[in-house]
Design a protein. Structure first.
Length: 180
């Protein structure tokens, strides 16, 4: 009987998905942060494609500022920004994106994405940061989360159908400060 139990235990251990893995003893411990999604080899080709679009979009924006940013939007695109009215349509987005890279630096990094089963729409999300200076030279930094919805156009190109963002919540230290 002991031999049978030992054999069952050995087989379970050999085929257990946790065999050889060291599990944390502290149930409140957090797992190690995931690898950079841009270099994660486990990404699907579809999500990798969306990340490539994001990288080109971010590069163009860094080089050309608002006008380059706006050129990535579809004719019927919508832009949703924290605390602002929706901006609807390519022409309206172009009209509001007049900043230069010297005035405002916008950067972002995708953290995840999904492609539709039909392969003609997808979305990415991640973290963004915007940097500017007030007239007196004081730096302004805003950051938050974003989501970009991508749509394949009739000509085969990909454009932004929806860009949405929201600012980070105040830090714990800033929670109860009164405005000065």
């Amino acid at each position: 009987m002991r031999r049978l139990l030992f054999a069952i235990f050995f087989c379970l251990l050999a085929f257990c998905p946790f065999a050889g893995a060291q599990l944390p003893l502290d149930p409140l411990s957090k797992p190690a942060p995931p690898d950079n999604p841009l270099t994660n080899p486990a990404l699907t080709p579809q999500v990798s494609f969306l990340y490539d679009l994001e990288a080109k979009f971010a590069h163009d924006t860094a080089q050309g500022g608002g006008p380059a940013f706006a050129q990535w939007f579809a004719d019927d695109a919508v832009e949703l920004s924290n605390g602002k009215a929706p901006v609807v349509g390519h022409a309206a987005i172009v009209a509001g994106a007049t900043w230069t890279p010297q005035q405002y630096q916008l950067t972002w990094t995708p953290e995840g994405g999904r492609m539709s089963p039909s392969g003609d729409m997808g979305f990415t999300w991640g973290h963004y940061e915007g940097r500017a200076k007030q007239r007196d030279g004081t730096p302004i930094v805003n950051s938050g989360r974003y989501m970009t919805v991508w749509k394949k156009q009739p000509d085969g190109s990909w454009k932004v159908a929806l860009d949405a963002s929201n600012q980070e919540p105040p830090t714990k230290e800033d929670c109860c400060k009164l405005p000065q």
